[in-house]
Design a protein around this ligand. Structure first.
Ligand SMILES: C[S@@+](CC[C@H](N)C(=O)[O-])C[C@H]1O[C@@H](n2cnc3c(N)ncnc32)[C@H](O)[C@@H]1O
Length: 359
């Protein structure tokens, strides 16, 4: 049985996340120009040493291809075709790194195509600590990853997503963990970035009116879990342990470490914007009126990103014989409920550019 204070599970493996993460890809796309601008502005030494780009929380890599290709193209315009570029993809130890390297090898949009001087590698360690050498990274990218907490602060008595819980003590515990994790993340990146280096962050956020969004997806997921308890698929104790360890941060949360002297861990904020991601699933539904497809796509989104973490709460953990059946049934129940009443999803996001001092 998994411990309630465990670390989150990675995304669904075997290409599952790559296949069902179009919501994340669409949400990140308005941030690509910020990464290109960072690639254009970052100071580069005149030596021939490799330029290091880090991709924090890469999962299986598909959604990293567009931002990395864009930034590498800008860098190539500055340094020419010969100089080595090292791309380091980082994620949790249990991430499916095989799927990542297959994606880099075979995807037609891979940044490796036509460039023999790019050297990809991977680090399987939590990014809430320093995981790359000090002052080694020129450019950092992280999308849809820092909303994942380093650990579950505890069960959520009335929900699976803390943003919709009415329990004040639980909300406070998750907020405190999120604040601590954000400071640790910034401290570690501050150590890894070179002077003048830049980190572009895209993460789940709270709208300025406090809305977390995804209301229908979260509500139907909770109801679908109750269905599975009712069917005897899972026990109420197992459901009681299920919690999604993600926290969306407000503008104030993101700025909190910088409030005293505008600098934190040698970093300053070059840009911060809270915006809403495009809901392409809803846009497609408005065109085709296919409610079944609408439900299936949002259920697949939840499956690929949060079901493995929920399955960790089964008596046998993620390796439980029933884990796959649990995920299949939860996906089907969730899809059916979402198809009953399609509605647009609010997708609040934050984009941020952090600049390392010293240049
Ligand atoms: C939703 S996926 C985002 C993947 C991709 N960057 C994208 O934009 O679609 C979040 C990723 O962050 C990773 N992650 C969560 N917590 C992490 C941590 N503490 N250290 C490293 N990676 C982490 C997860 O394993 C997962 O692969």
């Amino acid at each position: 049985m998994s411990d309630i204070a465990s670390t989150p599970a990675p995304m669904e493996g075997h290409g599952g996340y790559n296949r069902s993460s179009s919501v994340q890809a669409a949400g990140s796309s308005p941030t690509l120009p910020l990464f290109e601008q960072a690639a254009a502005a970052v100071p580069l030494s005149s030596s021939s040493e490799a330029i290091v780009i880090a991709d924090y929380g890469s999962s299986e890599g598909h959604n990293s291809l567009a931002p990395l290709t864009a930034a590498i193209s800008i860098l190539r315009g500055r340094i020419g075709p010969e100089r080595a570029i090292s791309v380091v993809h980082t994620d949790l130890p249990g991430n499916d790194f095989c799927a990542l390297f297959r994606t880099l090898d075979s995807n037609p949009g891979s940044y490796l195509r036509g460039d023999a001087a790019i050297f990809p590698s991977a680090v399987g360690r939590s990014f809430y600590q320093q995981i790359l050498p000090s002052s080694s990274v020129s450019l950092g990218w992280t999308s849809w990853s820092v909303q994942w907490l380093s650990r579950l602060p505890g069960p959520i008595p009335d929900q699976v997503q803390v943003a919709y819980s009415r329990d004040a003590a639980t909300r406070a515990a998750y907020a405190q963990q999120a604040a601590e994790d954000w400071r640790n993340f910034l401290t570690s990146r501050g150590a890894e970035l070179r002077p003048g280096g830049r980190l572009v962050v895209l993460t789940m956020a709270l709208r300025d009116d406090g809305d977390f969004g995804y209301r229908a997806a979260v509500e139907t997921l909770y109801e679908a879990l109750l269905d599975l308890v009712g069917d005897g698929m899972i026990s109420s104790e197992e459901m009681g342990r299920m919690a999604i360890p993600t926290v969306a941060r407000s503008r104030a949360d993101l700025m909190a470490p910088f409030s005293e002297n505008a600098r934190f861990a040698g970093l300053s904020v070059g840009h911060l914007d809270i915006f809403e991601g495009e809901d392409r699933i809803w846009e497609d539904f408005q065109r085709d009126r296919d409610a079944h497809k609408f439900g299936a796509r949002w259920a697949a989104f939840s499956r690929a990103s949060v079901f493995p973490t929920l399955a960790e709460a089964l008596d046998g953990g993620l390796d439980d014989r029933q884990a796959r059946t649990f995920m299949d049934k939860l996906e089907a129940a969730n899809a059916a409920r979402l198809a009953e009443k399609p509605e647009p999803m609010v997708i609040p996001l934050a984009s941020m550019v952090l600049v390392k001092e010293g240049c």
